[in-house]
Design a protein around this ligand. Structure first.
Ligand code: FAD
Ligand code: MLT
Ligand code: ZN
Length: 482
């Protein structure tokens, strides 16, 4: 079950000809114009193996100028394109729906500058998140975001999806950390908004439009980002709670008592733990042999080893005495800490291995967050495994429904129920993954008609022929030339 089958290819788009290929080869050189079937079959399919396009052409530009020349040509020819980074997106946004030309930014991976006083990094969009983090570690800084896909996602993809992740609770959204962007519009115009200033109130802050617009308004080619200093002491606790209300109270306590050192607050339920233990090799539950209903990871990051540790221990002791925590363990070294993180970060991979998965990424009032997981379990019965995990500190639930294979009857039980439930609780149907293809037609559950109209006007202004990432983000009826 998915929305793809309802969409028709937009007939105003051209199809790639031999003449087009010749032109692209003149711009990019032979080897960066890829028609090879094996390479295309990888680029046509998303990380979940769920969304598949049939593009015949993959372009790999090496500079903003090349991106500009490609887009200018595509726009004049009305060739639709999909910007692609690491292709780890989870909403079908990063792959073609039909035969759109794939423009992959992976070859644009230069670090342009780093200011060791301010911590401001300027780099090309194709830099892989983990590589940037390693570069910064040597300089005594870290990236303000971290996510399970760090080994392959690119900063341009992170910016374009406004990725959240594990450090959000501490460092906030990319809307705050990204200081500047260079982007290429559909008609090839290169817009230099690559500021390296923390404060700049000279009119409309247009770079914000590129943060989270999922490649629908332009291709991000460079970014400037404010990176925080790497602090010397990190602690990680893996805790068990018996009920969700205890998890919530624990969050409040952690904010009160760990305040300035709190750097992550994540949760998973017992069903998610089970999934990881069943499908990932070498993973074990750090708090055996009992089975608890919920697990919480609390990380602290600060600059004073003994002070931070004492603080965490006092917090854990009082939470234990207060009955909020049933059991728990603090990582004794970096290896143990990464084995704890592996459990939380590995859920996405584990659930993929289990068969089919329906993924929802909801913002909800924290006290309502787990209710939808329980309601979904009642609705679906034994036909499906329903998992709840996510960024509890940001009130962001990942509701995943796992079945052995895709099944339209199960799908009909899930949608539109999940969206209606979220709407009626004033939540968001996408906290961090975006709308992509999956939720383009569901935007009205989270945005008013007037807002959606204004978005469509902006889309038309930036991309009048609608060639950039068509069928994504906005409802199909509102896209240009439809
Ligand atoms: P892609 O998947 O290639 O593209 C994503 C979207 O951005 C597409 O619409 C694409 O067209 C557009 N795009 C990509 N690059 C550009 C560019 N340069 N210019 C314009 N548009 C562009 N997401 C979170 O928010 N938090 C998480 O914790 C998180 N964890 C994840 C864990 C795993 C294991 C996986 C597989 C995914 C996870 N994600 C998470 C989702 C995904 O990793 C993020 O959305 C990530 O930011 C996508 O980056 P990417 O380079 O792979 O982009
Ligand atoms: C996560 O927090 O693990 C990611 O957003 C990926 C997912 O939702 O599975
Ligand atoms: Zn997430």
């Amino acid at each position: 079950g998915s929305t793809t089958k309802l969409i028709q290819r937009n007939t105003s788009f051209a199809t790639v000809t031999a003449e087009d290929i010749k032109h692209f080869k003149e711009i990019l050189g032979e080897k960066n114009v890829i028609e090879d079937e094996d390479r295309l079959s990888i680029a046509n399919v998303d990380w979940m193996n769920k969304y598949k396009g049939s593009s015949k052409l993959l372009l790999q530009p090496r500079s903003s100028d090349e991106v500009s020349r490609i887009l200018k040509y595509c726009n004049s020819r009305r060739l639709a394109v999909v910007p692609q980074g690491g292709n780890t997106g989870l909403v079908g946004g990063s792959v073609p729906v039909f035969d759109e030309v794939i423009i992959n930014l992976g070859s644009m991976n230069t670090i342009i500058s780093f200011d060791e006083v301010s911590g401001i990094l300027v780099c090309e969009a194709g830099c892989i998140l983990e590589n940037l983090d390693s570069f910064l570690a040597n300089k005594g800084f870290i990236m303000p975001l971290d996510l399970g896909a760090k080994g392959s996602c690119q900063i341009g993809g992170n910016v374009s999806t406004n990725a959240g992740g594990l450090r959000f609770i501490r460092y906030g959204s990319l809307h705050g950390n990204i200081l500047g962007v260079e982007a290429v519009l559909a008609n090839g115009t290169v817009v230099d908004m690559l500021s390296t200033l923390c404060k700049d109130n000279t009119g409309y802050d247009l770079k914000q439009l590129f943060i989270g617009s999922e490649g629908s308004l332009g291709i991000v080619t460079k970014v400037s980002i404010l990176t925080p200093p790497k602090l010397s002491s990190t602690n990680l606790a893996f805790l068990a709670c018996n009920d969700f209300i205890s998890c919530q109270k624990l969050l409040l306590e952690a904010k009160r008592k760990l305040g300035e050192v709190l750097s992550a607050f994540e949760f998973l339920d017992n069903q998610s733990m089970d999934m990881v233990l069943t499908h990932l090799e070498g993973v074990r539950n750090p708090i055996p042999p009992s089975v608890y209903n919920f697990y919480v990871l609390i990380e602290t990051t600060g600059s004073d080893e003994s002070y931070d540790r004492e603080k965490l221990e006092a917090f854990l002791l009082s939470s234990m005495e207060g009955g909020l925590i049933s059991d728990g363990v603090v990582a004794q070294d970096i290896n143990q800490a990464s084995s704890f993180w592996r459990i939380r970060e590995g859920i996405t991979e584990a659930v993929m291995k289990a068969g089919a998965v329906y993924k929802y990424d909801l913002s909800l009032p924290v006290e309502k967050m787990y209710q939808i997981v329980e309601e979904m379990r009642l609705r679906l019965g034994p036909a499906a495994k329903v998992l709840g995990y996510g960024h509890l500190g940001d009130a962001n639930l990942h509701l995943n429904i796992s079945t052995s294979q895709y099944d339209n009857n199960v799908f009909a039980q899930i949608e539109p129920f999940v969206y209606e439930w979220t709407f009626s609780n004033r939540g968001s149907i996408s906290a961090e993954h975006g709308l992509g293809l999956m939720k383009a037609n569901e935007i009205h559950y989270s945005k008013s008609p007037e807002t959606v109209q204004l978005m469509a006007s902006i889309k038309k202004l930036f991309d009048s022929n609608g060639i950039l990432n068509p069928y994504k983000v906005l409802p199909h009826s509102l896209l240009p030339s439809n």
